[in-house]
Design a protein around this ligand. Structure first.
Ligand code: 2P0
Length: 324
């Protein structure tokens, strides 16, 4: 019985994953691309224990009962199948991410769990294999195995759908300003939302074309440190993803009034020469990309508008690591 602890950081997608091709294997409809962030992470400890009669899952010091623990139990079943380990496990996970506020705690959570559970079960997986395993827990977790800029290549099956680091160490003074406009649980989960977009939005075929074009444009822009091109692509990609929510049947939206006000502030800042671009996920919280020399002006503006306690600055962060 060995307890293993792993830490993984969350990531923010610049080209979004929004739709599954295979919900069981968690194969996406398209590839996607993200930046791993230093400020938001999850620490997870896993220990298999033959004395247990079921998996014991504690998240942020709270013991989860079924059905809340089901996603974790399903994930542990995959690890048991791969490793031959038959015991149930103690799982203790602490999220340093505002949970379910559109800051993708599932990405850091399942990446950390992939690391801790596989090693505790006796497996020594490569980063590629860890990213495939993390994918089975949550799509965005595929990318959190690596630091820096990461592409999740859609692939066509369980073996080929995995993350590839584009640039693990980011030697570029960029920052992401996260605005926590509403820290509460979202009403429509990403899982439900993306499924509804795939099956009901008439724009879904166009989205697949958009993603292919955006990836082709953004990858060289990142490698050449072309901030303007990267920013224009990430902002339009986010808006086109959200167009899939507005065009679904029934329509829905993750925006609230503050989201629209913050988007407007980004435009005003840009007109005043502070180059910054926004993105947002399945929640109302904007994430604003900027270059570090512009950080003081940009954070001050948002602190005046929403309160300093709602403004969190993050930088490029590292990939999965083992703490014990
Ligand atoms: C992303 N999101 O690329 C996109 C953009 C939210 C908006 O991946 O069903 O928690 O577990 O695979 O990964 C959030 O969805 O969904 C997400 P599942 P996940 O980051």
């Amino acid at each position: 019985m060995t307890a293993v602890t792993a830490r993984a950081h969350t990531n923010i997608a610049l080209v979004k994953y929004w739709g599954k091709a295979d919900p069981n294997l968690m194969l996406p409809q398209t590839s996607s691309l993200s930046l791993t962030l230093d400020q938001f992470y999850t620490d997870t400890t896993v220990e298999f224990d033959p004395r247990l009669t079921h998996d014991m899952v504690r998240i942020n010091a709270q013991l989860l009962a079924a059905p809340a623990s089901q996603k974790v139990v399903d994930f542990l079943n995959i690890v048991r199948e791969q490793s031959g380990q038959s015991a149930f496990a103690h799982v203790t996970s602490v999220n340093h991410v505002p949970t379910a506020a559109g800051l993708a705690s599932s990405a850091s959570a399942f990446a950390a769990m992939a690391g801790a559970a596989s090693r505790a079960a006796g497996l020594e997986l490569t980063p590629r294999a860890l990213s495939r395993l993390a994918r089975r827990g949550s799509g965005s977790a595929t990318r959190s195995i690596y630091g820096g800029f990461v592409e999740w290549q859609a692939g066509s099956d369980d073996h080929t759908s995995l993350a590839i680091p584009l640039q693990e160490t980011v030697d570029w003074p960029i920052a992401v300003v996260a605005l926590v406009l509403d820290p509460h649980h979202k009403r429509i989960s990403s899982r439900q939302g993306m499924q509804s977009s795939v099956t009901t939005s008439p724009y879904y075929p166009a989205w697949k074309t958009v993603v292919a074009q955006d990836l082709a444009t953004i990858k060289p822009a990142i490698l050449h440190q072309d901030f303007s091109t990267m920013g224009e692509v990430l902002e339009s990609n986010a808006m086109r993803m959200h167009a899939l929510t507005l065009s679904a049947q029934p329509p829905y939206s993750y925006f609230n009034g503050d989201t629209l006000r913050a988007m407007d502030t980004v435009r005003v800042l840009r007109q005043a020469g502070q180059e910054c671009y926004y993105t947002l996920d399945a929640g109302p919280n904007l994430k604003v990309f900027c270059q570090t020399p512009d950080l003081p002006t940009i954070t001050q503006k948002f602190a005046e508008q929403f309160g300093a306690e709602h403004v969190i600055v993050a930088h490029p962060g590292p990939g999965l690591r083992f703490l014990s």
